[in-house]
Design a protein around this ligand. Structure first.
Ligand code: GLN
Length: 303
């Protein structure tokens, strides 16, 4: 039987190889010396946790999974993917270059910033953030998820790169709705506060074909669950997606708050938190822990 606490103790020191995100001032204040994990086992329907699993942290880019699921629910898969592509990226998560160089009519995929902002813009209205927050609470089985106003204002006041991506897409007529409103929703969705348990639940929902294992209700369609897992595998860790596909082999989405959401189909949902990041913007100790857990549980999906 795997000892999660032991694996946390083993991998915690790896945080020293990374740095907390500093381009969002509020994130720079987070203590880097943290590592936590929650594992939802679909055979027993139980969660086990270790380390800093009770700490709330900013969801950041993992919210892109939630807004994509929300947009698919509202508009349907075909409509959403008319506006955003599903290609792998060779650029950083906040790059504007690729759209300009390739003269693309749609951002690369829903998990780079441009694609996520565009996805949010597709569903943007004055109630959208409340809808997304409620939806996040439902699919993460966590009614305590809340908006951290300080992080939101920190993101909004420094988010000039995200603003430039949005206005670039507006100028090319990719974004049709109000840019300011879409950006506000995007910055707010990134500032939702979660724990590793919230992520383990969401991972378990995705791994269980869209049916919540905690109440047996279908919360998202089977197609949406499959689509999101495929995108997590190919683009969820940005430029590290290929390497992690080889080394870990479990669909995973990261956020610069230090979170990792993983879904091992039909087996486990996994949530990990460790705020120090590598140069690709992924949790450095978190990925090391995920690699160990995936090996112990033999959940590489290509096995
Ligand atoms: N809020 C962050 C940003 O827009 C999210 C990036 C991330 O988590 N990779 O830059």
């Amino acid at each position: 039987m795997m000892d999660l606490s032991q694996l946390v103790t083993k991998n915690l020191p790896i945080y020293k190889k990374g740095k907390v995100a500093s381009y969002i001032p509020m994130l720079a204040k987070v203590d880097p010396q943290q590592l936590g994990i929650s594992l939802f086992d679909l055979t027993t329907n139980k969660i086990s946790s270790a380390g800093n699993y009770n700490v709330r942290f900013a969801i950041e880019s993992i919210s892109k999974v939630i807004t994509l699921l929300w947009a698919i629910k509202k508009l349907g898969m075909t409509e959403v993917f008319k506006h955003v592509s599903s290609r792998q990226t060779g650029f950083a998560f906040n790059s504007i270059l690729n759209m300009e160089i390739n003269k693309t009519k749609a951002p690369l995929n829903p998990f780079v910033n441009a694609g996520a902002i565009l996805t949010t813009s597709l569903v943007a209205n004055k109630d959208t953030f409340t809808d997304i927050l409620n939806f996040a609470q439902e699919i993460c089985n966590d009614s305590q998820i809340y908006l951290d106003e300080e992080i939101f204002h920190s993101e909004k006041s420094t988010g000039n790169l995200d603003r430039s991506l949005a206005y670039y897409m507006k100028s090319k007529n990719m974004i049709k709705s109000n840019v300011t409103l879409s950006l506000d929703i995007y910055f707010k969705q990134c500032s939702m506060m979660i724990t590793t348990k919230s992520l383990a639940n969401l991972g378990a929902l995705l791994a269980n074909d869209g049916i919540a294992p905690w109440n047996n209700h279908r919360l998202i369609s089977s197609n949406a669950a499959t689509c999101v897992k495929s995108l997590m595998m190919t683009t969820g860790l940005y430029n590290q997606s290929g390497i992690c596909s080889r080394l870990i082999g479990v669909p995973t989405k990261s956020g610069v708050g230090g979170g990792l959401l993983s879904a091992a189909p039909r087996k486990y949902g996994i949530g990990i938190f460790s705020p120090a990041l590598n140069k690709d913007g992924n949790s450095v100790a978190g990925l090391a822990l995920l690699k160990d857990v995936a090996q112990e549980l033999r959940i590489n999906i290509f096995r």
